[in-house]
Write a protein that binds this ligand. Structure first.
Ligand SMILES: Cc1cc2nc3c(=O)[nH]c(=O)nc-3n(C[C@H](O)[C@H](O)[C@H](O)COP(=O)(O)O)c2cc1C
Length: 370
């Protein structure tokens, strides 16, 4: 049965396009406005070439990393993406089981379709919890406390979403915000009526706190003892501020090009952030609309500690325009096999030609070669 699985992420993405309702496929694959950054997230990887060095002993390839004190066999972790039940009836529980089976880490999205408690009890994957800050701070605080008391190991504060990016496909499709299971009992979750446009956008406008600023990192520190990572940083200036604010790590990210169009491709921003001296152990690198499984390898060379699972997109104009978000498209398999196989595929691609020493020193040595 395993043999019948798609062999690369592109094939999962093709299956997803056939299987998902257009509204949901577009939601997963779309970017903001002209989708310039969406395309550049892919194209930028094409500008990074690998310099193969030969006659190096590759009999013992060790890709393991330690992230915030947690050992993992490879630098691939699962990024937070909302609403996994759009692709799989088990939702984030399936994703968490797949992450556990691959001994990797999963970041559970604030916009998850499964409850924090369900995901926590479903498996022993290392879990971080991703946070959006609501106008009603009590709601966000309650969720942080629930995550902390259910064994989540860090809070990932997404800092690039004071309001939702203008995702035109969602507006056209009148995208309905899928119910956020974790808000049950905290606020009405089904009553999100609008007459026009993206209901997701309206929901975000009603709930997200657009006044969120650096001082709120202090607020977050005051309500949790967990380490805090800031996700969505693409400039040296903000990387330095994040360090000053006491972040335990930075996630270099343009949110899969779903927020600010014409922002730099995530992989292009990485060097600047690394040079700011901010990304060290605990810092996390981009997944960033990556064009192919191998992009994990190119990213590793560009100097970061961990790779969130890349995206890929195909039916877009422009160079090698693959579309899709691998975990969610792979979640279409009826159990966690698709996600597991996707994680393995990316890992295998990273594994093949890269000597252990290069992978291990990815943060510094190989960056110079690139
Ligand atoms: C369908 C979808 C939903 C997403 N939902 C979230 C979310 O709820 N929270 C979040 O912080 N990021 C979310 N993201 C962004 C991803 O975590 C990740 O940043 C992106 O897919 C990879 O691009 P990057 O390398 O620029 O980060 C979502 C991305 C996609 C494709």
């Amino acid at each position: 049965m395993e043999n019948n699985l798609p062999v690369n992420i592109r094939e999962y993405q093709e299956l997803a396009k056939k299987a998902l309702p257009k509204m949901h496929y577009d939601y997963i694959n779309g970017g903001a406005e002209d989708e310039h950054t969406l395309r550049d997230n892919i194209a930028a990887y094409g500008r990074i070439l690998l310099r193969p060095r030969v006659l190096v002993d590759v009999s013992n390839i060790d890709m393991s990393i330690n992230l915030l004190g947690y050992d993992m066999p490879s630098p691939i972790i699962v990024a937070p993406t909302g609403s996994h039940k759009l692709a799989n009836p088990e939702g984030e529980v399936a994703t968490a089981r797949a992450a556990a089976a691959c001994n990797t880490l999963m970041v559970l999205s604030f916009s998850a379709s499964c409850k924090i408690e369900e995901v926590a009890s479903s498996c022993n994957a290392i879990r971080f919890y991703q946070l959006y800050v609501f106008k009603n701070r009590d709601i966000s605080a309650t969720l942080v406390q629930r995550a902390e008391s259910h064994g989540f190991k860090a809070i990932v504060l997404t800092v690039d979403t004071p309001m939702l990016g203008r995702r035109e496909a969602d507006i056209r499709n009148k995208m309905v915000a899928p119910a956020n299971a974790n808000l049950e009992g905290l606020m009405p979750i089904d009553d999100l009526d609008t007459t026009d446009g993206s209901k997701l956008e309206k929901y975000a406008r009603d709930t997200l706190d657009p006044s969120l600023s650096w001082k709120d990192v202090e607020w977050l520190k005051s309500i949790t003892s967990l380490p805090i990572l800031l996700k969505g940083i693409v400039t040296a200036e903000d990387a330095r501020k994040a360090v000053e604010a006491g972040a335990a790590g930075i996630i270099v990210s343009n949110h899969g090009a779903r927020q600010l169009d014409y922002a730099p491709a995530t992989i292009s921003a990485l060097e600047e952030v690394v040079k700011a001296g901010a990304v060290r152990a605990g810092g996390e690198g981009p997944g960033g609309g990556e064009a192919r499984d191998r992009d994990a390898q190119q990213g590793a060379g560009a100097g970061h500690g961990a790779l969130r699972l890349p995206e890929r997109r195909r039916d877009h104009p422009g160079p090698r325009a693959d579309r899709g978000r691998p975990v969610q498209v792979a979640a279409l398999m009826s159990d966690a096999r698709g996600i597991r196989s996707t994680l393995h595929t990316v890992k295998d691609t990273l594994h093949v030609p890269t000597p252990a020493s290069i992978i291990r020193d990815a943060g510094s040595k190989l960056a110079k070669d690139l």
